[in-house]
Ligand binder design. Sequence first.
Ligand SMILES: NC(=O)c1ccc[n+]([C@@H]2O[C@H](COP(=O)([O-])OP(=O)(O)OC[C@H]3O[C@@H](n4cnc5c(N)ncnc54)[C@H](O)[C@@H]3O)[C@@H](O)[C@H]2O)c1
Length: 266
Amino acid sequence: MSNLQGKFALVTGAGRGIGAATAKKLTDAGARVLVNDLDADVAQQVADELPGAIAYPADLTELDAGDRLVEAGIEAFGGLDIIVNNAGYIWHSAIHNMSDEQWDAMLDIHVSAQFRVLRAYGRWLRGNADSSSHVRKVVNISSTMGLHGGATQLAYSAGKAAVVGLTRTLAKEWGRFNVTVNAVAFGAIDTRLTSPYETEPNISMVKGQPRKVGLSHQQIEQASLASPLGRIGTAEDAANAIYLMCAPESNWITGEVILASGGVRS
Ligand SMILES: NC(=O)c1ccc[n+]([C@@H]2O[C@H](COP(=O)([O-])OP(=O)(O)OC[C@H]3O[C@@H](n4cnc5c(N)ncnc54)[C@H](O)[C@@H]3O)[C@@H](O)[C@H]2O)c1
């Protein structure tokens, strides 16, 4: 399959999990990928394994990171055809225990970081896009939590819901540049965010602070049982859904939220 031959893509949070699987999927389809992650070592490892890929470590919560990242992609490739806004993490608690820092951190990474990458891309697009047959793609990552809510996931859910507004608005603004803008909302996907923390505590470093991520065995079992398919998704399942919104076959689909949840609808 090489239907993304000659395309240049930026994938954020591509050092592991869904982002890494997406970088691989897009590369397998012929694209060259700028691999961003907060963690330089994993970004480099992923880029080293993918022909034509380049690592660009950056913390997207830094105010100028979106500008630097988009600039790096344009400098390296001469342009960007695909943006996958994927970087993120979880930091949950019930509202009465939720600090301002926690609330701000979730909105910062899940919506402000996407906004700043897309603003930088939009500035470049204005001078470089045309309404010819060259279709460009933006895929923003949301979650079933953003569509349906999730107990103890207030800030995360609010951030992922905001991604829907961002997506639908830019689909309207950027149609004239021939850019499709869609969101993919995932149900539970098997990455370190959902791996069992009883056996192997997973730590995500956030601004130098360790944050425990993961789910209990019971939560993982519940998520599997909730799906008519009887399992949670793999990172490859997730990457396949993102790929669909990057492929030319989705050129007439824009402003949509694609639910990739193994059939879970609540
Ligand atoms: N795993 C799930 O069940 C699930 C479900 C719905 C949505 N999502 C979303 O999918 C996306 C990917 O999550 P994942 O499950 O692959 O998690 P993951 O932890 O495996 O990968 C996320 C990557 O994002 C990077 N990242 C985090 N903060 C960053 C920052 N400030 N700047 C740059 N990179 C940063 C991390 O270093 C990590 O490598 C997230 O937006 C997440 O909210 C995941």
